[in-house]
Design a binder for this molecule. Sequence first.
Ligand code: ADP
Ligand code: MG
Length: 845
Amino acid sequence: MSHNEQNKKSGLTEDQIKKLNGLSESEVKEKILKDGYNELPSSKKKGIFHIIFEVMKEPMFLLLVACGILYCVIGDIQEAIMLLGFVGVIIGITVYQEGKTEKALDALKDLSSPRALVIRDGERKRIPGREVVKGDYIILAEGDRVPADGVLLWGMNLSVDESLLTGESIAVNKNSGNENIEMERPGGDETPFIYSGTLIVSGQGVALIKKTGMETEMGRIGKALQSLEEEKTILEKETGVIFKTVFIIAVILCLVVVVVYGFTKGNTLDTWLHGILSGITLAMAMLPEEFPVVLTVFLALGAWRISKKNVLTRKVKAVETLGAATVLCVDKTGTLTQNRMSIHTLYANGSFYKVADNRNEALPENFHCLVEYGVLASKKDPFDPMEKALKSLGENKLNGTEHIHDDWVLAHEYPLSRELLALSHVWMSPDGNNYCVAAKGAPEAIADLCHFTEDQTKELEINIQKMAKEGLRVLGVAKSSCKLDKDLPEGQHDFDFEFLGLLGLADPIRESVPSAVAESYKAGIRVVMITGDYPATACNIARQIGFKNHDMFITGQELTTLSDDELRLKIKEVNIFARVVPEQKLRIVNVFKENGEIVSMTGDGVNDAPALKSAHIGIAMGERGTDVAREASSLVLLDDDFSSIVSAVRMGRRIFDNLRKAMAYIISVHIPIAGMSLLPVLLQWKEMILFPVHIVFLELIIDPACSVVFESEKEERNTMERPPRTRNERLFNRKTLILSVLQGFISLLFVFGVFRIALYLGQSTAEARTLSFITLIISNLSLILTNRSWTENMFTTLKSKNSAFPWVVGGALLFLVLVVYVPFMQNLFHFSSMHIADVLIGVGA
Ligand code: ADP
Ligand code: MG
């Protein structure tokens, strides 16, 4: 493909494009009303019936219904009705919970879905892809997903990956008009046509949208993006295993209970029915049905909480991994720094000039050419902060001189490449008969283009160092020319460049970054800077933000020569990677992974995608990030700010802690309940202590306690002062498991003790049951309280705010009073009248 061919543009000229006004917002509104949103019907919306159906498949639900039926058979219609009433309540709670989690996830989905840059009301606007309408002009850039079908009006080096539609994985060049395969495509009535869902691999373009939503090719063949099922996370697997284990134990014990009960109590139909009832009661008491619920709720709401820190979750898995991160790899420019550049120092013809110190002064003649060609090597309407800085300097200092060329026409652009960090613009001047070529880029690259001798290179390096040591980003500028009648050469090396000088750009660090770096260090997390910039510049920035080892670095070139083993060793110390190209990030991620680290990596471009995918936590930049980068990432950083990543890590740790506490609580709270259901059978007492209704009542406290109270519990004081949890650390390590089992047995001991003592003191079984149930509720509430914090004592925890906790406690106590004192309820719960005074007297006696 020759460059001339590549250069041929379809439809409009760049100037015509600039004058496009686009639709007005009111026209857009009409079109949306008429054609609907630009989206394909998604299959996954859960209706309320769907949710109810899912609840009905739950074991807990089935057990309750079984109980209800048994009671009917035995003849306790009242009990049956009440249990079925509870069934309704449980469905209600589940529907509410599901609704809440779905909503949280949906809101996030909307925000992270592909976006489109459109021209409307004469302005460029970034909008969600679903709001694109027919007649919109959209601007396409490298890494974008095309939001709808349309005709390309203008393109520069534009190539598109259409594999999603054609299965063909080779990018299609879209500039060369009719000779494309477009003609064979249905719908390809005007060429070149671009299709919704395809990917801009390189170049830029402007397209007019012709078809949206279901009318697009994508809609026609009924394909939807992102229909991938997410694989199960470690946590899901782990809780799955625990759930299954407990389930099996429950079933076995349940059978034991039925058999023991049936045989020891007379082997009649009635005893067998009662035996089954106690068996089911035990099963209900033991079933850890909260596990999966808690996991889903915590992760979904966690994603929502993290979104408040300006970090969107695309894959829920990231929420659990975040808290375990041990290395944060971040881009320097824009993430650690503000990416707001200004020209600070110039170097030309052997002398330096500090622009920053002489803002109001005219630019000395010596530096005019440097700035002139710097501007020529930038876009007319620049987006890149470096080019913006150049343009504003040019406008400030050179306006009205012969150095500003608004009327020149861009003939060709040689883009930046990983082999050569420099770009050139070829201009056609209106009068001359030469092309004028302006190049700018990394100084080494420019020196290379100018065929510097060794001595010249050495001298240049000294000057680069001088500027880089101040933390400036250094660019070289060069000029060349070429006869108009000749074909433009293949590459930049084919021009004869003349060196013009150096530009030093200042990019201030983000204010919040030093403290965020310090926080990470305290939390045992490494921070690693990855940049395409010059090493000395990177080191200076690293020093400013408080990096450890800020004088050690590895360059991209070294990366290619180091063996994996050498790199694995070096990477343990070095925190700065300079002059690396995005493709090298993948290697860095993988080496860190081999060292056993949990790696997070940021990125924004097409070439960052493999590294983002490979990292445990891929983070795409919200503002600059391309759709490709987003699709490869699990998180999207909305404000591009490093400190938001650290806040998200902090939140991730809190979520994991809370999850652990909730799970520990669930285990411990089930022990007294299960124990009180099992013991009477094993000890062959005449009567059961707990009935299904008690279990359901307890579940009604346990459920909101674990999903709401623990979910909203605030972080532990030392959240960011301890090292990350180790790579394979389970949710339940031995310590937590032993502790929660111990807690469970202690409260079982209390409940059981109260029951025995009450009987011993001459109370009836019903009275003893009442007392032990009260004890059970209170120990349940104390289990919630102790598990709310694992580092503070109960009294401090009691004082710390958790808005759900008082409601759970209040609700539990209120209902307790009702069931203990209201005769009708008393009856249902098999309680007898209780007067605390009597009890106390009884105990006293
Ligand atoms: P970073 O990782 O800091 O964002 P980049 O990968 O964007 O760095 O850029 C790497 C180097 O490429 C820069 O230091 C600069 O020398 C060169 N470069 C980047 N963008 C441009 C540009 N628009 N014009 C000229 N040179 C550029
Ligand atoms: Mg950059």
